[in-house]
Design a protein. Structure first.
Length: 528
C-alpha cells in the first residue's frame, strides 16, 4: 500500500474557528490523543504569537510521542532582514521541535500588495528561511500559501518560489488552497503539474472548505501524486473550516487503498472526533460522514428491513471499522422490521403482531408531536405498556407550581407534588431555580422514602422544541430530558401545549425508567 502522511493542524488552524479556544492543557490533551491515533505530524502553533503558545512548546518537549512529530509553524524571514536576526525564525528554532513548517507567499498579488516587497526579495526570503532552518538539523515543511491562486495568476513565478524552497532543502512542499475557491479538477491538474516538476520532493496538500470541496480537493491532490495531507479534526477552521481529516483518513484508507494512520488505529476515528468536539466545548456534528452519530442511523422502514437481511444494502462501510455504530431510529417512517429489531435487541419477544401494534402506537404519538429518536427510555416504557407488563411505580394526584418575583429582583419558584405510592399519599414541597428544577426536586423528595436508589439519578440535559410553531403561544412543545446514574445514560420525551406538563411527562418517564431498571437489575441478581 502507498503511504500518505497525515499532518494535523487542529491546534492552530482549528483554533481559528469562530467560538473555539484551547487552553494549554487542552492542546496537550489533544496532542496526546492524536499521537495515540497515529497522526504523523501535529502542528502545535506559532511559537512567537503569545505566551500560551510558548508554554505549550515548552511543556510538549517533556512528553513522549510514539507516532507523531510535533511541528512549530511560522512565516519566512521579514523583507530586508537577515535570516539569523529574524525573530520569527529564531522563535521557530527555539521551540526545539523535530520539524518546522515555514509558510511562504506564492501569489505575486500577496507579495506586492501584502508584503510590499519585490518578487525577487520574496524568493530570497523563502530560500534563506528554508536553508537556515534546514542547516539547524530540522525537517522542513514548506507551506506554499495561496499556491493555486498564485499558479492561476502567474504560474511561472509560483513554480519559481517552489523551486527555490526545494533547492534550499525543503523536505516537503505543501500546496495550500488557502482561499478555498478551487474545485477538484483544478486541484488535480495543478498538483499533477507540480508533481511532475518536483518528483524528488514530497508533495503535500492543504485545503480550506469555502466551496465545500476541501476533502474532495485533498483526495484529488493525492490522486495527482501528493503523499502528505494537512487538515483538522472535524474540519474545524477559519471561515467555513479546513479539510476534514475525519472524512479524508477513512476515504484514503477504506476507499483508495492508501496507508494512513494504520488499519489497527482506524477504529479510533469516531472517538477522536468526539474527543476534540468535547475539548472544544462544541456539540458533535450529527450528520458528519463516517463519525457522526447519524452516519449509520437508519429511519426508513424499507431500508431497515433490507439492512437486517444484509448490512451492505444501505451502508457503504462497516461502521465498526471507524469506531462508529449502526442505529435504527423509531419514527412514523419506520416499518415493523425497525420495531422488531428494537425488541430483539432488548431480548424481548419476536412477535410481529406486537411489532405492528407498537408501530401503530408510535405513529399515533408522532402525529401528536412525539419523537423517540433520542428518547429510547420512553420507547422502552411504551413497549412495556403495549405488552401489558408495565406497572406504575407511583401515580400523580396533583402538582402545583408557584413563581414569585421579590422587590429585590429575586425569583423564587416553588413546586408541590402530591403522589400515591404503595397506597400511601405523599405531599411535598420543593424550591428550585425554575419550574422544572422545582418539580424534579419535589418528585424526588416524594419518592426517596420508597425508592432510595433515585438519589443516584441526575438530570443532565433539558431541551425544548416547538412542534407546530405557527400556532404561536398556543403551540405544542416537545421536551426531551437526558438523565443518568452510575451505570447508564437515557433520554425521555413529553409533549403538550403546556411546557410544564410536557416537562412533567418527560420527568415521569425518566424516573419510571430508572425505577424499573433498578428493579430488573435487583431481580436478575437474585440466585435462582
Amino acid at each position: 500500500m502507498k503511504k500518505v502522511k497525515i499532518y494535523d493542524t487542529t491546534l492552530r488552524d482549528g483554533m481559528q474557528a469562530e467560538g473555539v479556544s484551547f487552553s494549554v492543557e487542552d492542546k496537550l490533551l489533544i496532542a496526546q490523543k492524536l499521537d495515540e491515533f497515529g497522526i504523523h505530524y501535529i502542528e502545535g502553533g506559532y511559537p512567537q504569537s503569545n505566551p500560551k503558545e510558548e508554554e505549550f512548546f515548552a511543556r510538549v518537549r517533556e512528553m513522549d510521542f510514539a507516532n507523531a512529530k510535533i511541528v512549530a509553524f511560522g512565516s519566512t524571514r521579514r523583507a530586508n532582514t537577515k535570516v539569523a536576526d529574524d525573530t520569527c525564525i529564531n522563535a521557530l528554532l527555539a521551540a526545539e521541535t523535530p520539524a518546522v513548517t515555514i509558510v511562504g507567499k506564492m501569489w505575486d498579488l500577496h507579495v506586492t500588495d501584502v508584503l510590499r516587497c519585490s518578487l525577487e526579495e520574496n524568493l530570497a526570503m523563502c530560500s534563506d528561511s528554508v536553508g537556515h532552518v534546514k542547516k539547524q538539523g530540522r525537517e522542513v515543511i514548506f507551506d506554499a500559501e495561496h499556491f493555486f491562486d498564485g499558479y492561476k495568476n502567474n504560474p511561472e513565478y509560483a513554480m519559481k518560489v517552489l523551486q527555490v524552497a526545494a533547492d534550499a532543502g525543503a523536505d516537503t512542499i505543501v500546496l495550500c488552497e488557502t482561499n478555498g475557491g478551487c474545485l477538484p479538477q483544478e486541484v488535480f491538474e495543478i498538483t499533477e503539474a507540480v508533481y511532475k516538476a518536483f518528483g524528488n520532493v514530497d508533495i503535500g496538500i492543504h485545503c480550506h472548505n469555502d466551496t465545500d470541496c476541501a476533502a474532495a480537493n485533498s483526495l484529488a491532490a493525492v490522486q495527482a501524486g501528493a503523499t502528505h495531507v494537512q487538515g483538522t479534526i472535524n474540519g474545524m477552521g477559519e471561515r467555513t473550516g479546513n479539510a476534514n481529516l475525519c472524512t479524508i483518513i477513512p476515504n484514503l484508507s477504506l476507499k483508495m487503498d492508501y496507508e494512513t494512520v494504520g488499519q489497527n488505529k482506524l477504529e479510533l476515528m469516531t472517538e477522536v472526533s468526539r474527543f476534540v468536539f468535547e475539548i472544544a466545548n462544541l456539540s458533535p456534528a450529527m450528520h458528519m460522514p463516517y463519525v457522526g452519530e447519524s452516519a449509520f442511523a437508519h429511519k426508513a422502514g424499507l431500508h431497515i428491513d433490507a439492512i437486517r437481511k444484509n448490512e451492505k444494502t444501505y451502508e457503504h462501510v462497516d461502521p465498526k471499522r471507524i469506531g462508529n455504530e449502526r442505529r435504527f431510529l423509531i419514527s412514523e417512517l419506520s416499518g415493523a422490521s425497525n420495531v422488531l429489531d428494537k425488541l430483539e435487541k432488548r431480548k424481548m419477544i419476536t412477535d410481529k403482531t406486537l411489532a405492528r401494534q407498537i408501530l401503530k402506537r408510535v405513529q399515533e404519538l408522532e402525529n401528536e408531536g412525539y419523537q423517540f429518536e433520542t428518547a429510547e427510555a420512553s420507547f422502552d416504557l411504551l413497549i412495556k405498556k403495549e405488552m401489558g407488563t408495565y406497572k406504575k411505580s407511583f401515580s400523580l394526584v396533583k402538582y402545583h407550581i408557584d413563581v414569585e418575583r421579590n422587590p429585590d429582583g429575586r425569583i423564587i419558584t416553588e413546586a408541590s407534588v402530591k403522589l400515591k405510592v404503595d397506597g400511601k399519599t405523599e405531599h411535598v414541597v420543593s424550591e428550585g431555580d425554575g419550574p422544572v428544577n422545582a418539580l424534579d426536586g419535589a418528585l424526588r423528595k416524594a419518592l426517596e422514602p420508597f425508592y432510595p436508589g433515585i438519589k443516584d439519578m441526575a438530570l443532565i440535559d433539558y431541551k425544548v422544541r416547538m412542534v407546530n410553531a405557527r400556532a404561536g403561544t398556543a403551540a405544542k412543545v416537545r421536551v426531551v430530558i437526558e438523565s443518568r446514574d452510575h451505570d447508564d445514560l437515557w433520554g425521555t420525551v413529553g409533549v403538550s401545549e403546556n411546557i410544564v406538563e410536557a416537562s412533567w411527562l418527560a420527568l415521569v418517564d425518566s424516573v419510571e425508567y430508572k425505577l424499573i431498571k433498578d428493579q430488573e437489575k435487583k431481580a436478575s441478581a437474585k440466585p435462582e
